[in-house]
Design a protein around this ligand. Sequence first.
Ligand SMILES: NC(=O)c1ccc[n+]([C@@H]2O[C@H](COP(=O)([O-])OP(=O)(O)OC[C@H]3O[C@@H](n4cnc5c(N)ncnc54)[C@H](OP(=O)(O)O)[C@@H]3O)[C@@H](O)[C@H]2O)c1
Length: 323
Amino acid sequence: MSLYRNTVWFLKGLREYTKGGYEAAAKHFAAEDLQVDVTGRSYMITGANSGIGKAAAMAIARKGGTIHLVCRNKERAEEAQKEIIASSGNPNISVHLLDMSNPKEIWEFAEKFKAENPLHVLVNNAGCMVNSRELTGDGIEKNFATNVLGTYVLTKALLPALEKEDDARVVTVSSGGMLVQKLDVSDLQFEKGTFDGTMVYAQNKRQQVILTEQWAAQHPKVHFSVMHPGWADTPAVRLSMPDFYEKMKNRLRTEEQGADTVVWLAVSPAATRHESGLFFQDRKPVSTHLPLASTHSSTGDEEKLLQALQEMSQKFAPTSCKL
Ligand SMILES: NC(=O)c1ccc[n+]([C@@H]2O[C@H](COP(=O)([O-])OP(=O)(O)OC[C@H]3O[C@@H](n4cnc5c(N)ncnc54)[C@H](OP(=O)(O)O)[C@@H]3O)[C@@H](O)[C@H]2O)c1
């Protein structure tokens, strides 16, 4: 089955996820969808110092939004901040240093942030594909810590701030790679079997899709969406998937093309005309499963994922946030 899934997925990718796929889809985009002025609204974007996150920050800054760049490296973050301010002419761009694989730090950051700032839109963009099994200082597998637990903690901790605002949104940057994985809650930290970074990443990205569906059901005041940016030429692809990059480098999307649907989901009134909790590609809701791929999960497993994340996140929560 996984050979079937991988083959069908790769052929779909060649048609839809490349630069050519973007150009074909873009013929049907409505230009007016992005003709918005978001002055006065506040956007937090994680992993915003490069790639899709930086391109999204730049586009939203050009529309007047106040941008909070959440990054782990001071130098890289301040370089991106300078570039965005210079190129957009928007001075309301700030940097916050945060390691998204450290749940305690995320809780502390979010509590302080909420007390000092409003937030209208959270873009969960930071992500990684670590190709060997490495643990964080807390003993959590690094991909899971960054892609899933970090996304969960930041979103949960910021929801009270988002729920106070009109038209609040959470956009999570997943990946079409998740289509090859069925949710597996039996081994969230990949302790069993051979460690395959690409499949671990795909499993994490499947979990982000399920989290989005669950959040949408639980928090009707906020619009949740999750998306696939296509295959874009970014540092993550160059460094984590060198063979794929070599084969595909002439067909990859630009960072701006990869960020297009992130920006649309974050700012456009057209995006929130769709129901909350959907998976998007090129400004359209798309299926979260390949045909005949048997990747549907049970409600029980989805609840187990939420339960596990809830328990893990509580271990690191400040006393005031313990349930
Ligand atoms: N490019 C694609 O084709 C593609 C396809 C599908 C999905 N995606 C998703 O798109 C998102 C953005 O990736 P990208 O392709 O634009 O790559 P990128 O340019 O390398 O961006 C990844 C960002 O995440 C940050 N990050 C990683 N681990 C972090 C941590 N522990 N704490 C804080 N920040 C962290 C990176 O910071 P540093 O600069 O400090 O490393 C960087 O800013 C990811 O979620 C990725 O999975 C990308």
